[in-house]
Design a protein around this ligand. Sequence first.
Ligand SMILES: Nc1nc2c(ncn2[C@@H]2O[C@H](COP(=O)(O)OP(=O)(O)OP(=O)(O)O)[C@@H](O)[C@H]2O)c(=O)[nH]1
Ligand SMILES: [Mg+2]
Length: 207
Amino acid sequence: MEEGHVVTLADCAQLEGLFGPKGMLTYADPRIAFIGRSNVGKSTLINAILERKWAFSSKTPGKTRAIHFYNAKHLGSIFVDLPGFGFARVSYQERKSWEKLLEQYFRYDTKLRLLCLIFDSRRSEMDLHVADFCAKLGIPFIVIFSKYDCLKNQKLRAESQRHIASMKEALSADELFLSTFIVSSTTKDGIPALRAFIQKGRHGSDL
Ligand SMILES: Nc1nc2c(ncn2[C@@H]2O[C@H](COP(=O)(O)OP(=O)(O)OP(=O)(O)O)[C@@H](O)[C@H]2O)c(=O)[nH]1
Ligand SMILES: [Mg+2]
């Protein structure tokens, strides 16, 4: 299989062809999926981890509207960019069809080994229902706090650290919860540690 963007999944009708007995993803490397609200920086983070410019990012929320698969041979994984949820400007109909696609994708992809749940470091509400959703899928997950460079002063950083600590505490009982990471795709802070974690998991030692 080629390096880079390999396939876009936009319709449930493609699932059997991709994940069935002769599917192109059936015998490919395991998957790591990135999930989170629209505009939290999922696509940008994928590019930062990969040190490639494969995923499309945008200032306008709702950029990623289908499921994109990127084959990262150098990291031994296929990165999955999922559409951001909570994007208000799409119709009810469109949102429902995304939800169905996501649900079906999770059902079909038996080689999904890690979910990366992304939160914007500036938001302080406990978005634990998303973590709950991950826990229900039965797949190990990590929580990543993005855009840390946007916290411009010590007070904001201290607030964010408190929020992260309480979220960690709330998740600690969950066996599938592995770790938290604080990152900035702009300054690249935290990216090497996250990349190392993902690479290590490839050999089955942690995940
Ligand atoms: N300052 C800063 N901006 C960032 C960072 N990461 C992403 N951004 C910006 O945030 C915006 C959204 O980034 P995307 O990567 O497109 O976000 P997404 O989560 O993929 O969004 P959807 O595809 O809509 O779900 C873009 O303008 C990025 O340049 C970061 O670490 N720091
Ligand atoms: Mg995106």
